[in-house]
Design a protein around this ligand. Structure first.
Ligand SMILES: Cc1cc2nc3c(=O)[nH]c(=O)nc-3n(C[C@H](O)[C@H](O)[C@H](O)COP(=O)(O)OP(=O)(O)OC[C@H]3O[C@@H](n4cnc5c(N)ncnc54)[C@H](O)[C@@H]3O)c2cc1C
Length: 331
């Protein structure tokens, strides 16, 4: 039996000091990732600092007209917020496509960004895994890899990033605010998630004990007309095989603004910059959508098990764009 010390933080400074000064400690929010992995001996903290009493639950309009989400706001609260549903529907749809209602009531937004990969080898302590134990090797590269990534991989790790809402946040250029022993920091969402490279165990640039305090989404008129399309093995309670977060505006049939990010196919929430480059200024239609999808997946590196993802991702991109332009969501 492993003894774990549990304490409830009364303020952010206390939580940060406690976790920063003890490498065997972790923050505890909803616990839907942390407790799972603790039970599986994948995470082995000796101290848990419960942060649920901290006043970080707001979902409100930011001073610049954007959206500010407290790190402890629950997935269900954010998805239900009228501000989110009206101005950033892609965020609400991504959240509602994830996990189950019970989990979404427990799971916090900060915890969602910090959730760990779903690679079965990461979660099986008998298997070598560079992400769990650096230098031991990647079992997925030669193993079962149907759900794994085709973009952003390295020879050291091919695990797919699992979060849905992070894909929507990537499309909308969100920023992550933190507080730690170095003071307050702000990361662009793209810098917040690291590709595995040679150091797959480093998933974020955060130092130990750095607390996410809020997520901010800049004001973005195009986000009013956005959607999240998630393709998975079953219609609910399942992670994405491929997903797309997409926002688009048209002027006289030409694409005036576009945001596109992919989930389920990459080692981090994948902003589809190349596809956006093809789409911006193009006439909206099957031809430009197909070309954008082809260009974005041109560097895909599938394994023997997941080659289907390259084609599926292209079809998901086209379908997301066609849905947005066909159903009156664009102007
Ligand atoms: C069965 C199941 C199905 C799921 N399906 C989906 C899905 O389809 N899509 C999806 O996106 N997600 C899915 N999830 C993941 C779920 O969304 C995450 O487990 C959840 O969001 C984590 O939030 P939490 O508050 O429970 O975090 P916790 O479990 O409390 O914490 C997770 C990690 O984040 C750290 N942490 C928590 N808060 C902070 C903070 N403020 N600052 C710094 N570090 C912090 C903790 O120390 C811990 O390491 C699923 C989970 C389960 C169990």
């Amino acid at each position: 039996m492993r003894l774990i010390t549990y304490s409830r933080a009364a303020d952010a400074a206390g939580a940060i000091t406690t976790v920063s000064s003890d490498p065997t400690s972790d923050f505890l929010a909803g616990g839907t990732t942390e407790i799972d992995l603790l039970r599986q001996n994948v995470l082995t903290p000796r101290r848990l600092v419960d942060i649920n009493a901290l006043p970080l639950t707001g979902v409100e309009q930011a001073p610049d007209g954007g959206l500010r989400i407290g790190a402890l706001a629950r997935m269900s609260e954010v998805a239900a917020s009228p501000l989110v549903r009206e101005r950033f529907p892609v965020i609400a749809e991504a959240l509602e496509s994830g996990a189950s209602p019970q989990l979404r009531n427990m799971a916090s937004m900060g915890g969602n960004l910090m959730q760990r990969v779903r690679c079965p080898y990461y979660r099986d302590t008998a298997s070598p895994c560079n992400r769990r134990e650096p230098g031991t090797g990647c079992s997925a590269v030669e193993g079962f890899s149907r759900g794994h990534a085709v973009l952003g991989t390295s020879e050291h790790c091919i695990a797919t990033h699992p979060s849905d809402v992070a894909v929507a946040l990537a499309a909308l250029d969100a920023r992550v605010h933190t507080h730690g022993s170095r003071g307050e920091q702000t990361y662009s969402i793209d810098d917040f998630f690291l590709t595995p490279g040679h150091t797959p165990h480093r998933e974020h640039p955060l130092e130990h004990g750095e607390l996410i305090t809020a997520i901010e989404v800049p004001s973005s008129p195009v986000a009013r007309r956005s959607l999240y399309l998630k393709v998975r093995d079953r219609e609910s309670y399942e992670f994405a095989l491929v997903s797309a977060a997409c926002a688009l505006s048209l002027v006289d049939g030409t694409i005036a603004d576009v945001r596109l990010a992919l989930g389920g196919v990459a080692t981090k929430p994948w902003r589809a910059h190349r596809a956006e480059g093809v789409l911006l200024g193009a006439e909206a239609g099957r031809e430009s959508f197909t070309e954008a999808a082809r260009v974005e997946l041109a560097d895909a590196r599938p394994t023997a098990n997941n080659a289907f993802k390259t084609g599926l991702a292209q079809r998901v991109i086209v379908r997301a764009l066609e849905t947005l332009t066909a159903n009156g969501r664009t102007s």
